[in-house]
Design a protein. Structure first.
Length: 241
């Protein structure tokens, strides 16, 4: 007599469970699998949000994502997306909060006028070592990271004839990037270093190699062109002023 109402109650209860609770959170390998199957990043972001997924990306994770074709915007989105934090904007949208920090300032009542800033660094950064090093190249605008690159352009291995020792030469060409910045004065800083460190903001700011005052004017795209090279005495990457 009571069996049917009891079963009905259980079905209704299950229907009320949110889909995000029932869905399995995604891992980095799941994102890589979607990228390898040509799933668009907008769909991947939607899936990440539907499953309530959050990531703590290691160096190996960053390399796997980049090798699968992930854009810098998608990687930044995964880094700054934190439980209980402000929503990180999807890749391709302006105003990405690349640090995940909550601002104390009140929202502006009028939209900010954005200017296209293009930074180009010509030259190469060469490191010769037997260690398994990586390279990090990052840009900060007014202290906030707006860009980073973490892949060598070329890796060459060779053996010294006299000693038979194996050495690896890694070469980076920083190239160029473009971001949207609010009109007005800004401080642009560039950082570059080699090592095993994960590219956290603390490590990046400790390796700033160039700082420049710039002014973005509405309706006028801003371009900064620089030349860099390896300093043979220190082994660091330097930018000519």
């Amino acid at each position: 007599m009571f069996a049917k109402p009891y079963r009905l109650l259980m079905v209704v209860g299950a229907a009320l469970v949110p889909a995000a609770v029932l869905a399995q959170p995604m891992a980095v390998d799941d994102v890589v699998k979607l990228l390898n199957n040509n799933i668009s990043e907008n769909i991947i972001v939607t899936r990440i949000e539907e499953t309530g997924s959050y990531f703590s990306l290691s160096t190996d994770d960053l390399i796997k994502l980049k090798e699968a074709g992930a854009s810098d915007e998608l990687v930044r989105y995964m880094i700054v997306r934190k439980p209980g934090g402000p929503p990180a904007e999807a890749p391709g949208e302006p105003g990405i909060n690349v640090t995940g920090r909550v601002s104390d300032e009140k929202p502006a009542t009028t939209p900010q006028k954005l200017v296209e800033l293009t930074v180009r660094v010509d030259g190469t950064y060469v490191v010769t070592s037997q260690a398994d090093l990586n390279v990090w190249y990052a840009a900060y605008l007014d202290g906030e990271r707006v860009f980073y690159k973490d892949r060598w352009t070329r890796i060459d291995s060779f053996t010294t004839a006299e000693t038979g020792a194996s050495t690896t030469k890694r070469t980076l060409e920083p190239g160029s990037f473009t971001v949207k910045v609010p009109a007005g004065p800004h401080t642009l800083s560039l950082a570059c270093w080699s090592g095993r460190q994960v590219p956290t903001d603390d490590v990046g700011r400790a390796n700033i190699i160039y700082t420049k005052k710039i002014k973005a004017v509405e309706g006028q795209p801003l371009k900064v062109s620089l030349v860099g090279k390896t300093d043979n005495s220190s082994g660091a990457f330097v930018i000519a002023h």
